[in-house]
Write a protein that binds this ligand. Structure first.
Ligand SMILES: Nc1ncnc2c1ncn2[C@@H]1O[C@H](COP(=O)(O)OP(=O)(O)OP(=O)(O)O)[C@@H](O)[C@H]1O
Ligand SMILES: [Mg+2]
Ligand SMILES: [Zn+2]
Length: 468
């Protein structure tokens, strides 16, 4: 074993410093340095010894294609890229109590119909897990359950005769490698434990599902390197006080990363939500100003959400800008364009923006919906409740076409909307024909002026500019 020496390790970024200080030199985090014993680095350079020559092979060589392991929980499989790839490692992060253990117990119960599944809990006693299994109605599933935290024991088991096909580690922060002195949960332990587990999983073709705790800042606790070490990183999110949960892919070596899975937390576990638009629009009120329905996309799936804005005169010298569920930089851009290009005065007002239901929207296509919600609040004119809005705003206030216009319109029509305020569809490359609008009337606009004009005259908002 390499010689060990005490050092101070940043629990945020994994940076190592010889002396303690209040602030990490590497990432600037405060109070993040903890004394840990780190393995002494190997001597610089390779020395004189020669390595073994490696053999190269062609890209086309025969590779064993093993089928993905499918849970038949559609919301989970889609986010995983169509099922779990044998030998792949998935890290699932989420806030305390959000439902990570629940999700993984349900997933393993499903997988156990066709694969050997094992669930190792380092956090809960066996009885607690059994009680949950009973509540979820999966107590009869042939899942092997164990309470363990020693990586050495787990690795031996994974390497043994009756190794599982799928292994859940709940959670990686409770695991420890006995060769390292630091406490479980520290950067050194998390990194070393993950390394050992990943190595056997790859060698034996085991699907390894790691639960990871999330820090206050919302990243998986432990060093960022954990995210680099695994094949797939999924976040399980949800707002307190809301029943629904969103599984979001942020990294996937075997599939797309822009997919989300929507679940509802019920007494008997997580239920799939197959029509999330209906859920997110559930509490919507008709004809209030400052709200607007955005026809968005999450991965391959259209999703309608309500965007709410409140523009109010600011009692302070520096007006407040508060955003929930959208990018604050993007809001600053939209307000600046409204102000500079369209003469809409917002500088003296507090602006609050909220994506209803706690969803996080990251598409630029929401720009136009945000602008509409802001203008609606500012003028007190409701956006007609039969309309959806989408489009990207450029810095010169031009409205830019966005992808998947047809899918957005189709979803809106399905949910009973009658109009869409949107950019002129792209006619050149790729989709030659204008999007088929189903039963929707299309109010296409080219410039943000056109949207502002709709709100200046209340009678305008219903029909304007190139309405079909
Ligand atoms: N009897 C119950 N009825 C309904 N919902 C329940 C019940 N018991 C637990 N829950 C839900 O399950 C959630 C806890 O789920 P779970 O333990 O899977 O979360 P977790 O992310 O694994 O938490 P931790 O971070 O503590 O490991 C609770 O927040 C609650 O929403
Ligand atoms: Mg748990
Ligand atoms: Zn740091």
């Amino acid at each position: 074993m390499a010689k060990s020496q005490a050092r101070y390790v940043c629990q945020e970024c994994g940076g190592v410093q010889p002396k303690w200080s209040g602030k990490c030199d590497a990432c600037g985090a405060w109070n993040s340095l903890i004394e840990e014993v780190v393995e002494k680095a190997a001597p610089k350079g390779l020395g004189g010894a020669k390595g073994r020559k490696i053999d190269f092979v062609s890209l086309s060589g025969s590779s064993k294609k093993s089928p993905r392991r499918v849970t038949n929980i559609a919301e989970f499989d889609r986010v995983a890229g169509g099922g779990l790839v044998p030998g792949s490692v998935v890290l699932i992060g989420g806030d305390p109590g959000i439902g990570k253990s629940t999700l993984l117990l349900q997933v393993t119960a499903k997988l156990s119909e066709n694969s050997r599944c094992a669930y190792v809990s380092g956090e809960e006693a066996l009885d607690q897990v059994r009680m949950r299994a009973q509540r979820l109605g999966v107590a009869e599933a042939p899942v092997q359950l164990a309470a363990a935290t020693s990586v050495r024991d787990i690795v031996t088991t994974m390497d043994g005769e009756d190794a599982p096909d799928v292994l859940v580690i709940d959670s990686i922060q409770t695991m420890y490698v006995d060769a390292i002195d630091s406490a479980p949960g520290t950067v050194s332990q998390v990194r070393a434990s993950a390394q050992e587990l990943i190595r056997v999983a790859k060698r034996r073709g085991i699907v390894l599902l790691l639960v990871g705790h999330v820090t206050k800042e919302g990243t998986i606790a432990g060093p960022r390197v954990l995210e680099h070490m695994v094949d797939t990183v999924l976040y399980f999110e949800g707002e307190r006080g809301h029943q629904f949960r969103i599984l979001r892919g942020v990294k996937n070596r075997f599939g797309p990363t822009d997919e989300i899975g929507v679940f509802e937390m019920t007494e008997i576990g997580l239920a799939e939500v197959t029509n999330p638009s209906a859920l997110f629009l559930g509490d919507r009120q008709d004809n209030v100003s400052g709200a607007c329905v955005f026809a968005g996309m999450e991965g391959t799936r259209p999703l309608l959400v309500e965007i709410q804005a409140l523009v109010a005169p600011s009692p302070y010298g520096t007006p407040r800008r508060a955003v929930i569920g959208w990018d604050s930089g993007r809001l600053a851009m939209v307000t600046a364009v409204l102000e500079a290009r369209c003469g809409v005065a917002l500088a003296g007002s507090d602006v609050f923006l909220n994506v209803a239901g706690g969803l996080k929207v990251s598409e630029p296509a929401a720009d136009l919906a945000v602008a509409a919600a802001l203008l609606s609040s500012l003028t007190g004119t409701p956006v007609p409740s039969n309309s959806v809005v989408f489009g990207e705003i450029g810095l010169s206030a031009e409205i830019r076409a966005v992808s998947h216009a047809e899918a957005r319109l189709k979803e809106a029509a399905k949910l009973g909307f009658e109009r869409a305020i949107m950019p002129e569809p792209r006619r050149s490359s790729g989709d030659k024909k204008a999007p088929r609008n189903g039963s929707l009337a299309l109010a296409t606009i080219k410039h943000l002026h056109d949207l502002v004009a709709m709100f200046q005259d209340e009678t305008n908002i219903g029909r304007k500019a190139g309405e079909a």
